[in-house]
Design a protein around this ligand. Structure first.
Ligand SMILES: [Zn+2]
Length: 363
């Protein structure tokens, strides 16, 4: 049962109604709800589209669709070391001091910064406590994208910030998504895809200014902004803004979506014709979107391996492809493994040196 597309989307940040539809991935199943492998029911599908507000530049999902609870994801080494790197770089800039009170808006699937900050003698405070007594540091690593109402989510964070406090906001860069052709990161439940300019505009509304920016190559490109009340953006922010303006038009994502779905399907068909055994690795939302867009099912890809015990015995939504464990991967000895989560490639190769398979990242 699908809800109708709203005739005119309203921006989740600035409430403007004008914008451009840049990507339409059709009707997609809920990317986080993995049915049991034995569940033969048709999965509900909902529109998955990307719209860019012409007033504030925020890329977002224009459609309201139900979002089920996400199964806990195994925290990858890449995410954990990225959080440590981010904390180290912020600390090196002098923004963190022992005794500062800190609260966090986590995403549920990124590493928490709190243990890392506690190790630097900052004092973790619950969000409820921070509401009553605002804190020196508010951290949001990949959390904001999960809020359907972007404007009020940012107000919620700012409200917990002491007058001279600093908000640390980390997000996957939308210009980076375009440059890296990562169309399949667009998914139900991730309502907004931020560029620094749109984020700066949203911050301005809550009275904050991004004063410093850092960049990381996790997920392609991620940005970390430090924002506070007052101050001026430094060179790192102005450079980032200038570079983002050179990113290709978001509409190019539609072309890459078409191309990579076609390439995946063709590649799998050829492998099947040649009698090569292929498995997938990483039952992430990105894989769900890609497999559904490509119309790939169990006949072409017999299973997808995942490290999360909660996904074993389930199937990829919208398909009959079962999710199996890494132990089953070793036993299956496939000729090739398609890694749907590119940042895992290095650690997977290292963990499976004995497996004589070709490791590939699709399109
Ligand atoms: Zn807007």
């Amino acid at each position: 049962m699908n809800r109708q597309h709203p005739l005119v989307p309203i921006c989740r940040a600035c409430r403007a109604r004008g914008g451009e539809l840049v990507l339409d991935l059709g009707e997609q199943p809920a990317t986080d709800h993995f049915p049991a492998a034995t569940d033969a029911a048709e999965d509900p599908r909902h529109p998955l589209r990307l719209w860019v507000c012409s007033s504030c530049g925020l890329a977002q999902l224009p459609d309201e669709v139900p979002v089920p609870v996400e199964p806990t994801r195994v925290e990858s080494q890449a995410l954990a070391s990225q959080a440590a790197d981010a904390v180290a770089r912020v600390a090196a800039s002098g923004l963190l001091r022992a005794g500062m009170r800190v609260t966090e808006f986590g995403s549920g699937h990124a590493a928490s910064w709190l243990p890392l900050l506690a190790a630097r003698e900052l004092v973790p405070i619950t969000r409820g406590e921070a509401e009553r007594a605002p804190v020196d540091v508010v951290v949001d690593a990949f959390g904001l994208t999960h809020s359907p109402d972007q404007a009020s989510a940012l107000v919620e964070r700012t409200r917990r910030l002491a007058p001279d406090g600093v908000l640390l906001l980390q997000f996957q860069s939308f210009p980076g998504i375009i440059r890296n052709r990562q169309w399949n990161v667009v998914r139900h439940g991730h309502f907004a895809y931020h560029c620094t300019e749109a984020m700066a505009g949203m911050l301005r509304v809550t009275g904050l200014v991004p004063v410093t920016a850092w960049r990381f190559d996790l997920y392609g490109e991620t940005v970390l902004l430090a924002a506070r009340r007052g101050g001026t953006p430094d060179d790192s922010v102005t450079t980032l803004l200038a570079e983002e303006r050179d990113a290709p038009h978001p509409g190019t994502l539609a072309r890459w979506a078409e191309r990579s779905a076609n390439e995946l399907r063709t590649w799998l068909e050829r492998a099947a014709a040649e009698g090569r055994a292929v498995l997938g690795y990483g039952a992430a939302a990105r894989a769900v979107v890609l497999l559904n867009r490509a119309g790939v099912d169990r006949d072409l890809l017999p299973a997808v391996v995942d490290g999360s015990t909660r996904k074993w015995g389930k199937r990829i939504p919208g398909t009959r492809i079962p999710v199996i464990s890494p132990t089953e991967l070793t036993a299956a000895r496939p000729d090739a493994v398609l890694v749907f989560v590119p940042e895992l490639l290095r650690e997977l190769r290292a963990a499976h040196v004995a497996l004589p398979a070709q490791w590939l990242v699709p399109g």
